[in-house]
Design a protein around this ligand. Sequence first.
Ligand SMILES: NC(=O)c1ccc[n+]([C@@H]2O[C@H](COP(=O)([O-])OP(=O)(O)OC[C@H]3O[C@@H](n4cnc5c(N)ncnc54)[C@H](O)[C@@H]3O)[C@@H](O)[C@H]2O)c1
Length: 360
Amino acid sequence: MMPQKDQTRLRIGVLGCGPIAQAAHFESCVKARNADLHAICDVADDLRQRMAATYAPEKSYADYGEMLADPKVDAVIVATSDSFHVSACEMALAAGKHVLCEKPLGVSIEEVERLRASVVQSGKILQVGHMKRFDAGIQAAKAFIDTEMGQHLAFKGWYCDSTHRYAMTDAVQPTIITSAKARKPAGDPKANRRQYYMLAHGSHLLDTARFLFGPIETVEARLTERFGAYCWFITVVFADGTVGHLDLTVAVRMDWHEGFQIYGEKGSILGKTYNPWYYKSSDVDIFREADGSSQRVLGADGHFYRRQIEALADVVLKGAPMTGADVEDGIASVRGMIAIARSVESGGRAVRLADVDGAV
Ligand SMILES: NC(=O)c1ccc[n+]([C@@H]2O[C@H](COP(=O)([O-])OP(=O)(O)OC[C@H]3O[C@@H](n4cnc5c(N)ncnc54)[C@H](O)[C@@H]3O)[C@@H](O)[C@H]2O)c1
């Protein structure tokens, strides 16, 4: 069935035809109610041509500058390696385009702080691809916390990748096409596992904790490395003084294990989040002390990647409030990852996010 489209739509250009564009962004733009896949861009000709044949954008560019010069492109999705994000976002903003930048926003404090200035100066919208904010179960938890739960007591969050994740994701994702001509950063960004797992997964864990419970001020982190597995246990202090515990483990010897547990004055929440490629919103039980019963969102639209694009388009086209992660959220996530790394290096010392510099 053809997707139902609004009359006014955001024309999107996607930078990068790699795995995340193939598994999420191309299809999301095609299906989005209020956006179109106007253009795609990749230096790898073989990959770009194949994606153009599959998704039929109006334009296909080898050169990013040429895509940015296309007046029909309203917004750009930056879907490149992490270390290219900031420069690609800066170029898009300078060309007058809105941006959806894949997470993490960047890899160092210096570059993300610089990007903040570019966003402010441009007056354009920049949203970070923390798509879990568009998980209806997590959104229901957030609504309860903000409107009914009263005082916060405690937060526990966990994000444990599974040794079986590729068996699971290969079964449900499209076949991912690769190219020897793809542009990659010098060296192998995946060689440093601590850094790679933190950027790839820790960024999600931190953003979900912040989305639900508010800003994080301090972290104390310990890392255990055994048999190729990495386990971070992190004590976090939120801005309101409450304490949380975050568990980032890559990879657990069991199924994907992600979720959160929240205690508040007028209720509690238990959330189980699925591997994103199942497109299933989290099972979230919201217990209300007042009537002694719980509520769970069921049957929600679990296409977080499409929903984050629709939300961005609503902000740009209709002036809707921003519900995705903005540049401040992206910076906070990068600060959190760096603070965790510094705390681990110091044997678990408390590190304030406001004090960190350098890179993840
Ligand atoms: N939100 C999620 O759930 C999720 C999941 C996976 C990956 N990601 C993020 O998505 C991003 C991209 O991941 P990936 O695995 O697809 O990356 P990738 O490096 O495999 O692919 C990026 C593509 O962009 C192209 N490219 C890079 N710079 C370019 C330029 N200047 N001009 C033209 N083409 C250019 C490359 O040739 C390559 O084909 C990463 O930041 C990653 O963290 C997010």
